[in-house]
Design a binder for this molecule. Structure first.
Ligand code: M6R
Length: 602
């Protein structure tokens, strides 16, 4: 839930670390800090608030050194404050640590150390790592790291500096991501590739229980028996442009606008390219049911996919929140296909769900954006979305890429099962291929959507309704709006309104109705009339829109498409609507309050 970075090399570590933290700020942004190995030992600056606050402190009292570690925090243990920020340095000032993850047994460690006279400064779980390391340290930092790792329960990616090793940066991880970058002038560690991409595209993906020992011209890897490991660096093919705003006011808007290209890339990699034959290695006929499990927007992609799979493959599909699935003793076996959907590939609940599914013998297929992530590596098969780095906390392009992979998977699956004839399979695949051009048409409506959204900032409640697959995408519309605009919103199946929700409809309520299912158009329009007659205003989004706009009803007309793949079109209108409501409220759209991009804790 936090971002960590470290550098050792011939250059001043401070600007490298601060710049890297900017690329990691999406992972947490309530406080930040940096420690460098300066002339007299560790120089540490920690600051509550956004990274700019840390930069201002550094401008007032500049640091320098050829080795350093930095951290951007999303608080879990202890409020956001200077003292709780990382890096944490043990009380003997010997070992400095940055940590991403959660140490579940930190209280026991802390109590034991306090009984032995160690004084803790912060309320964090992470300080226990630095204090424990100092307690164990006997002159061999690798031994110390191995001993500490053996005591820690929970998850961690750690960057470590030791006072006795002025030119050696150590890293180790378990269940949280960590990469090692290699450039001509030094070595890096980071939670994510964009943090080092300015300096290098050569990275090693560290595995759990591997230790990296880095010096200016040297990167070595060891297991916990101190045996050297042979690792091969990978070349990152995407460029830094993906991690820059490129002239847009927010990453979110840039990422919305990128969607036609992202979809083209994802579709081609999933039809003929790097994802291979999308159903390779899977015996479609073996599966008695499909379970899709994920969190947040990725879960919503799963709900859309349920409608597509069931309609095309005539197979039963369950969609489960990963946080529920992992604890419910799911009824699955070797005949179950479990699909994990995750942009980051590091969401703690989704990782746990995957491991639960594997332990029960199910075949696990992941749909992931981040190469080298835990879910990508551990699932039986992984299909990559070609979304590139997604920086805004609110997902847009990665969600859209997940949808198209799920569509293609469903179509190919249905064909393999003999549920659709080859001609229809080809037709559907070309319908999917036509989505990027249709999205471009929707993006051309940006000005009118912006204008309409500017009239919606005052609503206290916004409801999203739809039927069938339109209901599935209404869930995502509602999530998008609430996470960035802080307006209360809920999504309902249109038919459910009369069972309770309609009592909430009054003047000054906005209802966003999605209408792409031709056969259910009359039904959703009855719902629209019911809410209008109770005082609501309506934003109607869809391709089958007979109703004429008036003072009560505004329309966003989508290009014609069958209803099956229409969520890919509706969602773009919904994203733009949410974005502009939040922008008109002047909110920090890319970093909404209390959220982080990658939820690596429970
Ligand atoms: O990285 P993941 O796709 O596993 O993340 C899942 C959710 O945390 C994520 O979709 C979250 O809901 C986003 N903030 C939605 O915009």
């Amino acid at each position: 839930m936090c971002g960590i970075i470290g550098y050792v090399g011939s250059e001043n570590a401070v600007p490298i670390i601060v710049d890297g933290l900017k690329k990691l700020e999406y992972r947490g942004y309530d406080s930040a800090g940096i420690a460098v190995y300066g002339r007299g030992g560790f120089d540490v600056v920690k600051q509550e608030g956004r990274l700019e606050a840390l930069e201002a402190r550094l401008a007032g009292s500049p640091l320098s050194g050829n080795m350093g570690i930095g951290h951007t925090r999303w608080a879990t243990h202890g409020e956001p404050s200077d003292i709780n920020s990382h890096p944490h340095v043990g009380s003997k000032n010997k070992i400095a640590v940055v940590h991403n993850g959660i140490i579940e047994n930190y209280k026991q460690i802390k109590e034991r150390l306090e009984q032995r006279g160690v004084r803790f400064a912060s309320q964090t779980d992470s300080e226990a790592i630095a204090q424990l390391a100092e307690y164990y340290y006997d002159g061999d930092i690798m031994d110390t790291v191995i001993r500490v790792a053996g005591r820690l329960e929970g998850s961690y990616a750690l960057g470590i500096m030791c006072l006795d090793e002025p030119d050696t940066l150590i890293a180790v991880k378990k269940d949280n991501p960590l990469i090692v970058g290699v450039s001509e002038h030094g070595r890096f560690i980071a939670s994510d590739v964009p943090a080092v991409l300015k300096h290098t595209n050569k990275v090693y993906y560290l595995n759990d229980m591997e230790i990296a020992v880095l010096r200016e011209g040297d990167a070595r890897f060891f297991n916990f028996d101190k045996e050297p490991l042979e690792k091969t660096p990978e070349t990152v093919t995407w460029s830094l442009d993906g991690a820059e705003k490129g002239g847009y006011p927010h990453f979110m808007l840039k990422e919305i606008m990128e969607q036609p290209k992202i979809l083209r890339d994802t579709i081609s990699s999933s039809m003929t390219g790097s994802n291979g034959d999308i159903i390779d290695g899977m015996d479609a006929a073996r599966f008695g049911k499909v379970v899709i499990t994920a969190c947040g927007s990725a879960y919503n992609a799963g709900v859309v996919a349920k409608y597509v799979f069931e309609r095309l493959c005539r197979i039963s599909v369950e969609v489960e929140l990963a946080s529920e699935f992992r604890y419910k003793d799911a009824v699955i076996d070797e005949k179950t296909l479990v699909i994990l959907v995750s942009q980051s590939g590091e969401t703690a609940d989704t990782i746990a769900a995957m491991r639960e599914a594997k332990s029960k013998g199910a075949f696990t297929l992941s749909i992931v954006n981040v190469v080298g992530s835990t879910i990508a590596k551990e699932a039986d098969r992984c299909l990559f979305t070609a979304a590139g780095p997604e920086i805004a906390v609110a997902t847009t392009k990665a969600f859209s890429a997940q949808l198209v992979i799920l569509y293609i998977l469903a179509v190919r699956f249905a064909a393999r099962l003999g549920k659709v004839p080859p001609g229809r399979e080809r037709e559907m695949l070309s319908e999917i291929e036509s989505l990027p051009a249709k999205i471009t048409e929707i993006l051309r409506q940006v000005d009118s959507i912006q204008k309409y959204a500017s009239t919606c900032v005052g609503y206290k409640n916004i409801f999203f309704i739809g039927r069938n697959i339109d209901y599935a995408i209404a869930l995502e519309g509602s999530l998008k709006l609430k996470e960035i605009s802080y307006i209360h919103s809920e999504a309902y199946a249109g038919g459910e309104l009369k069972h309770g929700t309609i009592s909430l409809i009054e003047d000054e309520t906005l209802v966003v109705a999605i209408a792409n299912c031709e056969r259910l158009y009359g039904k959703i329009m009855s719902n629209v009339e019911q809410v209008i007659s109770r005082g609501a205003k309506v934003l109607l989004i869809g391709s089958c829109l007979g109703a004429e706009p008036d003072g009560k009803l505004y329309r966003i007309i989508l290009p014609e498409s069958g209803d099956l793949f229409s969520p890919s079109l509706s969602v773009v209108a919904l994203q733009l609507f949410s974005y502009y409501v939040a922008a008109n409220k002047g909110l920090d759209i890319d970093k909404p309050r209390n959220l982080a991009k990658s939820v690596t804790v429970e």
